[in-house]
Design a protein around this ligand. Sequence first.
Ligand code: CU
Length: 437
Amino acid sequence: MNRRDFMHLGSLGAGAALLTRGATADAQVTAAGAAARAARPRAAGPYLPVTTPNGATLPLRDVGGVKVGHLVAEAVDHEFAPGLRAQCWGYNGGTPGPTIECVEGDRLRIYVTNRLPEPTTVHWHGLIIPNGMDGVSGLTQPPIAVGETMVYEIVPKYPGTFMYHPHYDEMTQIALGMAGMFVVHPKRPRGPAVDRDFVLMTHEFRVAVGARRPDPNEMKDFNVLTFNSKAYPGTAPLVVGKGERVRIRFGNLSPMDHHPVHIHGVTFKVTATDGGYVPESAQVPETTVLVPVGSTRVIELVPEELGDWAMHCHMTHHIMTQMGHGLPPMVGVDTKQLEQRMGRVMPAYMPMGSSGMGNMGEMQMPIPPNSLPMKGGKGPFGSIDMGGMFTVLKVRQDPDHADPAGWYAQPPGTAPTRADAARMKADGIELPPPRRP
Ligand SMILES: [Cu+2]
């Protein structure tokens, strides 16, 4: 054996060791997952149906071996979060539209009725289908006129996570909420079985404070950032079991922004995009996944720590809501004089932000009707300073019997405590003199 062969063998050995370690860890989590699975009634059928938090799945009727569904494009009165409603556009009474779910090779017949005040189409984003079914107004079909119904015949050739949206007046229709997810399960199971399968469409809207309709002409300043068209605290938590294998399918049909979605307390791998499966050798461990506009990203994770784990877009302005936009920079400004002068003309005047924006969600400030406070909601330890594209991954021992609204009870000794002088001194911590900026 020459040196090179030996090196090669060595690296194989290391690889095998890694594989074994991975397999042992997987076996442990799979055992926990199996226990959780055994305790839970499973849906009968060839696949685990996806869950669309705050949303629904499109009912499909079997008509002579064809799965028939009906999308109605229409205006919807939508609640982004308690306190903020707007006239959006969507499908079947909601935004996003219902998730379409089927199996590779299924024959689908989707009727689309247009109840919008203008024409529309439906494009099946990512699906490889005959050109005529692609739904691009003017290029592959005439638009669906107001009041008209058209029917699409689709046979998804490949499994995957796709989307649907109009390809007529995209700027207006998508900005008002017209988007949906399209999940095609593989005929033969692929990869390890999952215990939970979620779909989350990321989106962004511009809803001027007090307005009743999102502004479809906005290019930059989106102020209602959403998962499945809900802004926190309107977003439902994702309740999962410790040791379960969890799949989350993200889509992004925001008008202008990519969303780096970060999940606390877990690592995950991107297993698929709307282009297909990512080979295992190319799956990089991550804690944040960038979901670009017009794309889907599928991640899989196995939580090992119980708790309430934040899950949010990491663009800081995407975890703010309406009131956080368009403010002057105030950090460090001495507002005493300003307060005195403004107080003469506006007795209730209160300058904001001179010491930062923390707790703005908690302050009992009057806000205009039909608007959201700057951020957040109530948490078990006070105000949560994140809103918008934010939800909570709730990892529980017994997820099927856990209260989705409940908070994790931290075992004693597992949270930070206030440090007193004696303790600091014992560990040699000394306060440095304050620095003058
Ligand atoms: Cu974002």
